[in-house]
Every structure is written in structure tokens, then in C-alpha cells.
Write a protein that binds this ligand. Sequence first.
Ligand code: GTP
Length: 599
Amino acid sequence: MKQEFIRNFAIISHIDHGKSTLSDRLMEATKTVSDREKAPQLLDSMGVEQAHGVTVKSRTVQNHYLGNDGHEYQLNLIDTPGHVDFNYEVTKSLSATDGVILLVDATQGVQAQTVANWRLAHDLGLPILPVLNKIDSASAQIEETEQQIIDLDPSLAAQEIYHVSAKTGLGISELLEAIVHELPAPTGDEKAPLKALVFDSEYDAFKGVIAQVRVIDGSLTKGNSLVLMANGQKLLAKEVGVYRPDRVPADGLGAGEVGYVVTGIKDPKQVTVGDTLTSQQAPTKAPLPGYQKSQPVVYAGIYPVGDYKVLQEALQKLALNDTSLVLTDDQSEAMGPGFRAGFLGIFHLQIIKERLETEFGVEVVVTAPNVSYKVQVAQKGKEIETVIVNNPTRFPEFSQVLAVEEPMVQATITTPNESVNALMKLADDYRGEFADMGNQGDYVRLVYKMPLSEIAYDFFNQLKSISHGYASFSTAAIGYQEADLVKVDVQINYATVDALSFVIHRSRVEEQTQKLVHELKMTVPRRLYPMPVQAVVEGRVVARVDVPPLRKNVAVNGSSYSISKKQALLRRQSANKRQAAQSDIELPQAVFNTLLSLN
Ligand code: GTP
């Protein structure tokens, strides 16, 4: 198709502001999906997306729209996730587009991810089409929300802000016209050598790696000999096509078009998202700039319950589809070979665990997550060095630790008046340092400096529950700060279980370790003999409980035995105990969940 009739755009917004529902309406209005195929949030087709009601992956769809000017347009829409943990998906998608729809729920107004996603689009210089959604709702605040959008981006004051109800379809035809007239067409060089951006990829059991591409210059046809510029990997375009929203083969993709290429490559590691695809015969001179690697926020160990190889394969395929998942090999004494994985947040971790289970049928144990620490280490005869620790198991020996720094964030909480006191107490409990306070309309804005480790887990849930869902929360990384942090080792039956180690503020040690050992008493699998569970900090036992035995100790309690028989039984039992001790304690997921439930 001629580029002047193509529009490539992403829909961005805060979580739940209606992107997937709006995509449904646009696909219906353009007859991309028939009445028979219609389903709410059709693009959220992954099991985990339906289970949680959120978008996890961006999805691309090609729609054909007959404009009021009589021309047929190709509208390539990308539905993006709104949850902060999937922000990297938005970044990737935006580089395949020429403009965005900034969707704002008129009942909620501009929220943290509205601002964050707007900034991504703005920094890339993408034209922005502002749209208010949910105008059918009685609680829609149209003027206020329009003002918030203009406050966010004063340049939008000159533009029309469109009003729609993605639910009822109100305003959709006007929006389609606005997309055609207000968002720009691509401007690639059709005659130049092929230059295509691989902005996403997926793994198909039969076809291998399928690369999602945006053709910048030139064109791409089935059967072309291609090369990925980053690693020189050659490939043949076995199939080329578009998403409608399922894959539909096509003859080729022209400049400005978005679609997919079946690469025939079976090893997921050979295809990197952000790479440039070009022709082997007539390559483009310079590759596209690609993507910056995403920076994990939390880390956790992932270990197989069954076969390690099966987990390895599944994780590689997942990492192809989710490039914000960062993996390194790991070996734990307690858990055996596994992976150390970096995630963009706790929800991301949860989704990866669920995707492993539902999409790959792989059951795993995930250790308690942690952030990364900077530890200053002094070793005899060596200069002081700073090591980055993102696995508590590798936390240096306490006698060598000079100082520990943890990542900090500036947390901005916006809340109705009534919850201010309770939220200030909450921030205090989570080691927040008060920084600022001010009014923002009917709301109060609280600013705190907080350790990332404190907010990475359940802070958000607490905040929502205390404010009855009204408070919103955003964070910005502000570097590292020294804190009195110590490593807690957990011993079961006198053996340290490396995968259970964690790092904690010294002021919390007593309360948290007591709570931990008492909860572990319930989750550590029982044996025929009692097993001590203890928490050790800096070589000192700080908390201890005994996990009761599975059955009564026959040797001690059996009254019908003679003394000598009892002694023989005791001897045998203690020999068994020694043998059984240490090596073979199996740790189910429940044990690691105990660590998660602290706080
Ligand atoms: P994420 O991708 O997870 O960020 O969500 P989303 O932005 O795609 O939102 P989604 O389309 O899943 O809609 C969220 C909720 O808002 C759903 O319950 C929708 O039914 C509802 N919703 C969407 N659009 C409208 C609307 O125009 N009016 C009303 N009343 N509800 C809407």
C-alpha cells in the first residue's frame, strides 16, 4: 500500500483506562473481526491476560478503513500494556509507530502511567492524539480531565481532545477520521535497501522464531534472503504476513508496513528484539539504533521441580517473547541448577511464573525476590572494592562488609484528605523518609524517599486498601543510599539453605525472623524426627523453632518396649537422623512464599 494511506499508531494509557476495549471497537468498526469472532478484550488472548484482566503483551493488528474521503487506509494499531511492570513493551512498540493515541479514563483523570507513557511518546517526538474514554459513565469528569491533559502537555491545548466510549462505541467514527487526518503517514524510502526493525518476536513450535517487523525502508517479500545485522545471522523469509489479529500470510510488506516474518530459525537466542533485518544481496548501510536493555528492578531464583533442560528451553522461548526478562545461570546447593532472573516488578515475576506453568506446562519454584545492593568489601591485603549483589546467597561474609547501599526511589502518593494520616503511617512503617507535602485539587500529594525493597512487594496493595482504592502512587529511581542492612541465613536441621537467604534492615531483624521461623514451622515438610529451623545473622542464631516430627517418636514414647529395645531404637533413629539430615530437604514453593508474606 502507498505510504500516504498507512497509519501506524499505538494506544497508550494508565492501566485499565480502556485500551483493549477501544481496540475491540476499532477492529469492529473496520470489520477486522466479524460479529462471530467478537469477544471482549479480544487482543488479550493469553491465558494470564484473561486471568488477571490486564494486558501483558503488546499486540499488533492491521485494519482496513474506508475514510470519508473515499480512500482506503491501512491502520496498524498496537495495543500496549498499562501496568508499570510491562512498560518495556510500550517502549518497544512505540518505535514501530508514527504516532500515539493517549487514552485517559475520564472517571479517573491523568494517572501515573498516563504521565510515564506520555513521556515515552513525547521523548521519541511522536505526535499525540489525546482521547477521553468512558464518557458514558455518570462519574466522567470531562472538563477536569481535559485540563489535566493540557497541564501535562501544554502543546495539546491547540488540539481537539476526542471523546469516546469504548464500551458503547460512541465517538468511534470521529476517532477513526482523526487517526487518518491527524496522525502522520510513514515516510520511508521505498526504493532504498530493506531496513526493517524487529520490534518483537514469538516462538512457534512448528515454524520456529517469528519476528514482528516494521519495514522502515525498502520492501520484504516471501523467499527473500535476509540477514540480522547484530549477529550476522542469515535467514530465508519462509513466510511473510500481517496480524488481523491472527497471522495472515501476505505476498510481502512494503515501506511503512508492519507485519511478521517466519525466519525458520529454531534457536531463540539468535534473534534479538531491536535488531535490524536487511537483505543479504543489497544490505542497508547502517542498522537502526535498537533498544536500550531494560534494567531489572527485582531478582529471584527460578528452579525446576522436574527436568532442568525443559525449564531452560521454556525460559529461552519466554525471554524471546519478553525481552525485559533477564536471565543468568545459577547453581544453588539446596535447589540444584536453575536461573537467576531479573524482573521489572513483582507482578512481572508472577506473570512469568504463571506463563511457565500455563503455556509451557513447567512447574517451578521461585525464591523470594530481592533488589540489588552495592556492598563495600574489605579483604585483607586487597583494596576496598564495591560489589553489586543481586543474589543474597552471594552477599559477602559479614566480617568483610564495610557498608551496604540499597536502591532508593522518590515515591509520590496522591490521596484524598481522609487517608493522609494512615498513609503517612504506612510510609513510615516501610522506612519512608518524608520529603514534601502539598495540595493538588481535592487531593493531597505526599512525597517520600523510600527504599525500593520496601515498595517492591506489597506496598501498593496496602496503599490501595488503606485509601479504598483512591490513592495513586508513582516512583522514580534516585540512586543508592547507605543503610544498615544484614543478611539473614536460614538453617533447617543445622544446614544453611542457601536459596532461603535474604537481606533485611537491622531494625527489623528480631520481629521478622521470629515471624519467619514460626511460619516456616508450618511450611517446611516434616520428617520422622523434630527439625530445628533457625535464622542466623552475623553468625548468631536470632530465632529458632522446632518443626515437629511427622509421627510420634516411638523410641521415646513407646511404653511397651523394654529399656534395651528402646535404646537400640534410639541408636538406630539417631543414625538415620544423621544420614537424613542436611542434604535432602525438599523445599516446596510454600516455603518461599513464607518469605514473601513477611512485612
Ligand atoms: P490494561 O491493558 O490492563 O492496562 O487495561 P486496558 O487499558 O486495556 O483496559 P480494558 O480495555 O481492559 O478496560 C478496563 C475496564 O474498563 C474494563 O472493565 C472495561 O469494560 C472498562 N471500560 C473500557 N472502556 C469503557 C468505557 O468506555 N466505558 C465504561 N463505562 N467502561 C469501560
